[in-house]
Design a protein around this ligand. Sequence first.
Ligand code: BG6
Length: 510
Amino acid sequence: MAQAPVLERNPLRDGLVLARTPDPCAMVIFGATGDLTHRKLMPALYNLALNHYLPQGFTVVGAAHSPLSDEEFRSQMRDAVGKYSRTQPIDSEVWRSFSGGLHYVSMAFEDPSGYARISSVLQDVDGTRGTAGNRVFYMATLPGVFTTVVRSLGTAGLSQTAGWTRVVIEKPFGHDLASAQALNTAVHEVFKEPQVYRIDHYLGKETVQNVMVFRFANGIFEPIWNRRYVDHMQITVAEDIGIEQRGAYYEQTGALRDIAQNHLLQLLSITGMEAPANFDAETVRDEKVKVLKSIRPVDVAHDVVRGQYGPGWVAGQEVKGYRQEAEVSPTSLTETYGALRLYIDNWRWADTPFYLRTGKRLPTRASEIAITFKKAPHQPFAKTVVQELSPNVLVMRIQPHEGASLKIAAKVPGPTMRLRTVNMDFFYGSSFLVESPDAYERLILDCMLGDPTLFAREDEVERAWQLTDEIERGWAAEPPPDFPNYAAGTWGPEAADALMERDGRRWRRP
Ligand code: BG6
């Protein structure tokens, strides 16, 4: 193994050392030759190895259709890590040791003999690598086969071992409430809820976790984090990319199901929740679910806007409209943009609007939570520009340039009383001098440690689908939308601006 990371002597890294190491275990990845494994899972596992976070004897059993030998699988994974790892170049010593634990089983997911072969590899590695029956089953396949794989694990007896077993399920977790409930039922035939880890990779992002730290580890924010001091919140997940090569998937999904049902509602529940009594998984998730349950029924015609991009320009490049993308219908009514105004009907947030938006082919990639505070109640600086000053805004930047900034009024130097808005900034990069790990590193490690706090619980997912279904039903009852209604490279449809203007507000331009 390589030496400890070079930044070890940096005092700013104090507290960054892992307190617990996971038990020796094996991870079976279904869909091991797919995009997710190449881009995210393998680079995350390699970086965990590089940072000495993996347990002794850690083993991966990749499972997929392609006929590959262990050696061919290892070489494919090395290429993937070479291409997508956040740390480069690959440390050959770390890779040699890590890749010694990579195995491959070629199988059809509906064929029981494939599970028997996996079982035999796992028994071998329990002996040779000391994995002691501890297993993570990772569903990185197309969602259509999740149920088949989970049921087959049960039938093959793979969920019952001498150690612990856990299952990680990628999004999308269902397509609507009914399918999510059916999937939950199928999963629970084989695994109990505490063994189920439903991924929402936004929860693994450092700044998302930092929202909780900002709120609950500092004394100064919580007293003003409520309807008395907060004017409104804006939660944005903006992307400049289009749908890339995912036309077929996206046609069935759209922005509401792809991002709002999961990432946006997760950000909303973390920002809006009450302080949990402690940080154990159930307590935190109980508080998040309470937020989702308190969301007022949505008036779709007034509070929701959908959009679809037409041709345009992004970062100086001419780009196609959504309907011209591969595997997309030329008359598609799938939305690539969604904006919503939500209310959380509880004591803390009564009548405080939460504006959420997401879109593809917007001018920039930016995810953030912006909390706009009410203006000072009395303005002693009459006849100055203070009346026109913008209000205090706390922005938690999820990406890029992770960090936070607080907009405040300050006096311009000089003999007269002139005020200007300035920013107090905190940047992760310069404060800790380390690059943030990828969300998947954190989440995979938490799963191996048996900590589901940053994973979506059954009731959370179902409530989020209930809200999404409500909006989908409202849309289905409306006349077909006038798509495309925004040009690629702009901030979405005019109706989204109108939604804000009606309330005398404007969207931020991150
Ligand atoms: C995924 C969506 O969940 O999140 C994608 O399916 C989207 O459509 C992606 O591009 C955004 O994630 P990130 O981490 O790049 O903000």
